[in-house]
Design a protein around this ligand. Sequence first.
Ligand code: G6P
Length: 612
Amino acid sequence: MCGIVAYIGPKQAFPVLIKGLYRLEYRGYDSAGIALLNDSLNVYKTKGKVADLEAHVINKDIKGNIGIGHTRWATHGEPNNENAHPHLSPSQNIAIIHNGIIENYASLKKELVNRGYTFRSETDTEVLIHLIEDIQINEKVDLVEALQIALSQVIGAYALVLIAKGDNDKLILAKKGSPLVIGIGNGEYYAASDATPIIEYTREVVYLEDEEIAIIPRYGELKIKTVKNQDKTPYSHKLEMQLNEIEKGGFEHFMLKEIYEQPRSIKDSMRGRLNAIQGVVNLGGIAQYENKLVNARRIIIVACGTSWHAGLVGEYLIEELARISVEVEYASEFRYRNPIIYEDDVVIAISQSGETADTLAAIELAKSKGATIIGICNVVGSSIARATHAGSYTHAGPEIGVASTKAFTAQVTLLSLLALQLAYTKGQIPYKRFRELTYELEAIPKKVEETLEANTIIKEIAGIFKNASNFLYLGRGYNFPVALEGALKLKEISYIHAEGYPAAEMKHGPIALIDDHMPVVVIAPNKGIYDKVLSNIQEVKARKGIIIAVVTKGDIEVRRMADYVIEIPETEEMFVPILATIPLQLLSYHIALLRGCNVDQPRNLAKSVTVE
Ligand code: G6P
């Protein structure tokens, strides 16, 4: 939540900041602002998107070689001009941008108000900058020391950047809980919430660690200290990401591009890990912990949102193939419910961004109880990837559309590989069956390509149902999580109420909603308990519900009953979720588009939820 970008060097900062903010807009887009240092400190901010900010600064003084920029997802205070970042200190000499939440802001604010300070905004960030300047003046210390003292009083999460008038030769950064990456250029430095604003300028980056403060001078070397004033050596990493991966490449929206990338992204998730001809499945990243996994009393999967849905598919896969007991938990619930965690438990944390605050906290909790933590993340070098003992990257490539698509299918692919590897190591499935499954998994990218051919019919169906006010999604077994994911996608981007349900559970409530206006999407492949799903379809039809069925190519039985049919290629039951999710992604996309919604930046959402 919230995107941060900063620049210091010989170039004009403004173009770097604006371009960076566009790249980070997926993290929040309710208001945006920048601060630039030349002889004076100029702050411009506005409610709305980065484009509104760009319009707002026309004819303004935007000169300066040092600057900071912010795109916001509101936590404290509604999105308006006052609450937008940057915020200024009481003397107006220091500007701050911040991502995260200062949890004890109310008590800090009370003290500052008692000492006569007034506030323009309702944000926790303004409290922090007041506190910093108050310390600087009263304790007669420099800005870095004032920041260190202030941060030692703060409870919560922060990624922040400061620039100050009169101290106008540096950027000062601090991080705890929320991400910050520093790009090292030639005589210049960049900083941002993720690497996307940086890669076109440099590939050398330093990831700031928790409770570290970076001091970046206009001339000279980057220095890192901790909040407790210990010196740290900056370790640089090389970015592997390519610029074209974070651009739209001819598609109207990132979401559509990412849906269409799935044949490639799924292949990339399997690359070097699956060789069906040789009968090898090998997730190198977890090799050291494979024994732990195989002998685990149970596996606990923690995740949020779409990643949680992938976790549910993982539960079915691992239990069926490897016969290891699996529990799937919402990270936000797990972290606060005092769960029982044994030292021989293995916790798998799934996260596209690798930054989700609740998932990170769930990891820390499980770690403190001695469990082994494995990560399945998409963003290389992310906080979750670094907090886990071992893990495997999904390698789906950057996902920019706020509604997750290719990250989900990559997560399910990785969980399929993991389940197969564990099953093989445990000797849980006959070798012949293992080989069949590896061949089938290897064929999935090709089948995803075929699945995408249904786009035309899906577009037509979207046109028919674009004005519906409710949708029901039903699936059983492996396809129950698919139903949840389909409903989530529709809610997220088209704002139509939708519920995902296990098809048989429908009788215990949602059936009351069904009438001749209710579209019911049923995932009904010719696998598993197909006959039971047919009965569930009958139950909907008997109440005049409208059936949109996702079926296996050539299906006859469902076609007889359904009003609309979307075909997917035949595959093993356990790999159906990868294929069946794709038509549901496309259905949501087309409905949202027809309703005039902002597909890539749906209201109130953010891609990377770094606050709890
Ligand atoms: C947000 C995003 C979702 C995502 C969820 C978990 O809600 O909008 O698309 O599934 O966070 O994020 P993660 O990065 O941990 O997978």
